[in-house]
Design a protein around this ligand. Sequence first.
Ligand SMILES: [Mn+2]
Length: 276
Amino acid sequence: MILPSNYEYIVIGDVHGCIDELKTLLAKQGFRTNQENLLQITSENQNKSIILLGDFVDKASDEKLRETIEFIYNNYKHLNQERQRFYLVRGNHENMVYRYITNDATIIVTPKTIANKEKYYNSVALLEKEPRLKELFLELYKECSVWYKYIYQEHFSVTLTHAPCEEKYLAKEDSISQKKMVKCLSRSKNPTMPLDELLPYIHEEAKDNQHYHIFGHLSQPNIRQYKNRICIDTSAIYGEMLSCVIIKKDTLSFDSTPFEFKQKKGEQTYNLLFDF
Ligand SMILES: [Mn+2]
């Protein structure tokens, strides 16, 4: 989907239930909430739009996941009344949670898939317990797009997807391309391999130009950039930061906010991207 280039975009990486950090980052970017937790449109932010780059569910506590889904739902409705100011990108976690809660027949139930559901997709049990919350999630899921593209004149563009993927799949509509933009080869299945070897196309296809591909999905300790490839998943739920990129005309800038320890952080070992 092409984004209108007469607005600014605040593109936020993997939230994973970090609702406090999401609110802090949005406040830093000029979006404050009122008593009902609705983001206020002001003269300062009226030309800005918000994009969540996928994976807003899972990994966090039930309480924070509930708050995150309610916040996104309410503000999605609220901000998009007059024009679209809030966009959602589909991440692999939204995808898997959707498949589990809709009893997708293509999920083969094995002890491993049951264990994975509990270990990696903890929103599923919460949504199954709380039908009202499940309805909110299902509505949001329908609103998610696999990709967005921003184009400013001929020299500058930004393609946004949750996961990195090969260029040949970017912004395509066929079902293989759509899958590739949501999830890449899994690190958990290849734990000893450096990310740069597992996903060589990210740096091999990178170019020194202003046609950027910005993605999340690969949790990193800081924003990682190589030429026109940028990863903005800075591991908020693992106790690091929640980050965003701000797109304004033909410029990019970045902002981050640290994990606030209002819930338990997750544990992981980092596998660094562009570590060469
Ligand atoms: Mn992901």
